[in-house]
Write a protein that binds this ligand. Sequence first.
Ligand SMILES: [Cu+2]
Length: 312
Amino acid sequence: MKFWPEQSPLFPERATEIAREVDAIYFFGLGIATIFSLLIAVLVVYFAVRYRRRHPDEVGEREQAPAWLELVWSIIPLGILLVMFAWGADVFFKARRAPADAVEYYVTGKQWMWKFQHPQGAREINDLHVPVGVPVKLIMTSEDVIHSFWVPEFRVKMDVLPGRYTTLWFEVDRPGIYRIFCNEYCGVEHSLMRGSVIAMEPADYEEWLGGGQPLTALTRTGEQVFAEKTCNTCHKDEAAALGPSLTGLFGTEREFQDGSRTIADENYIRQSILEPRAHLVMGYQALMPTFQGQVDEEELTLLINYIKSLQD
Ligand SMILES: [Cu+2]
């Protein structure tokens, strides 16, 4: 959908389809508000003049609007608001739900920088290179306080919280450099907590990844961390293992001893590692020690990534 030129004064560029949709609904709302404000302002003046007191001894008369008129001025605004609601909900869901084929990047906010990890292992600070035309999903957490990830040109924004993961997605449709801002006051250098999304043609992105640092070889893999932290002593695909097998775990529904259930997502795995007692898996004992303070954010990311990759 293209309603107006990509650039309009006072507005940041629109670099994603969602940005265009968000602006469309924004301008629709603004238009409706303008029309009604003008209508009311004009009527206030008109009625003030039309029904002004003409003699000092004039007394007002009580007037009752006919029922049909009451209905008209109730139903029309209701209809307009419902349109805005349905349209808004539609855009909201599109903006919140990443497509299934989205490529996952990990983001860690920290006073006062953004750290990124590419699915291929490469890492960056403050700059995030991404290919255009590919849906990118960010799985974000913070090492300290609450931050918020915002790219005005994409019209998406999401809080980044310590101790849990939040997500955000976008698909940039043209190469360019788009500013990242932290949108939650996070300390003295909050205003300096900026970065850039650098969107490149897929071929250039591949070249950047390959030509860049040979990071992949140097970084520890999730499997290594899994072994270093002794997770593999209890979690193995054997009937006699102390812990449940983690193969195929991600995305499935888990049932706990207190009868509650949850879907095994990033937050669930994170909690399982840091607070294993919070949910006891059906059929197992509370044998898992907590790894709070023993694994850092980076290792958690690697572990979660590794557990996600364990599919049959
Ligand atoms: Cu911040």
